[in-house]
Design a protein. Structure first.
Length: 222
């Protein structure tokens, strides 16, 4: 009798664990339904079991906002990344003027995956245990940056304090490395506005956006 009860308890335990794992997997791979703005014909981000379309949309909307804010009229992503990363790490990025209405919708879509978000000791909102970050680490093009990123994620040590200086030196290649761009978008853009009230955006996002309005020493690569 005791053996049968133990067997039943074991089966229930295994069933519950399996259901929990299934639920978590579904929450990570669920395709979010909202109005996509950017074409997804070309796979810029391809991570197994994840909603690649949403991450790609998030990254592309972020890049469009950067270009419009930092280099209006003539998009220069390398320049925009250099300025943004430096200012975001220093806590000086003006998200209220930078973030578009579409990027706000993208953030709401990203929030549907509860496992993507947490609150880290340094105030960061992204959960580096989420599989998107392992995938990003496996695909960053710069070998040195890739090794550092992966090591920090694997040891649960990722933070801007540990990674920020190296990241600032690699901004030029972000426009061509869409996995690194996705990390920057999640950590320094969507993660930073996760719980901000941006309803009072300035009417004109062009105000003080020109290159002349930014410090010439911001975000240079070395």
């Amino acid at each position: 009798m005791k053996f049968k009860l133990a067997l039943v308890a074991l089966c229930l335990c295994l069933f519950n664990c399996k259901e929990d794992a299934k639920t978590e997997k579904q929450s990570q791979s669920q395709i979010v339904d909202f109005d996509y703005k950017f074409p997804s014909v070309q796979k810029l981000v391809d991570c197994e079991g994840l909603d690649n379309g949403l991450y790609q949309e998030a990254m592309q909307s972020f890049e469009e906002d950067l270009a419009n804010f930092y280099t209006p009229g003539k998009p220069i992503l390398s320049r925009a990344y250099s300025l943004f990363v430096s200012q975001a790490i220093a806590g000086k990025a003006d998200y209220s003027k930078m973030v578009s209405a579409h990027s706000k919708k993208v953030l709401e879509a990203l929030k549907q995956d509860k496992t993507l978000w947490t609150t880290n000791p340094d105030g960061s909102k992204v959960n580096f245990s989420h599989p998107i970050f392992k995938c990003i680490g496996e695909n960053i093009k710069d070998e040195q940056l890739q090794k550092t990123f992966s090591a920090l994620v694997e040891t649960n040590s990722m933070s801007l304090r540990m990674f920020g200086d190296q990241l600032k030196r690699k901004t030029f290649g972000m426009k061509d490395d869409k996995y690194l761009a996705t990390y920057v978008a999640l950590e320094l853009f969507y993660g930073k506005i996760y719980d901000k009230d941006l309803s009072a955006n300035a009417e004109s996002t062009g105000e003080m956006n020109s290159e002349e309005d930014h410090n010439n020493h911001d975000g240079h690569n070395h």
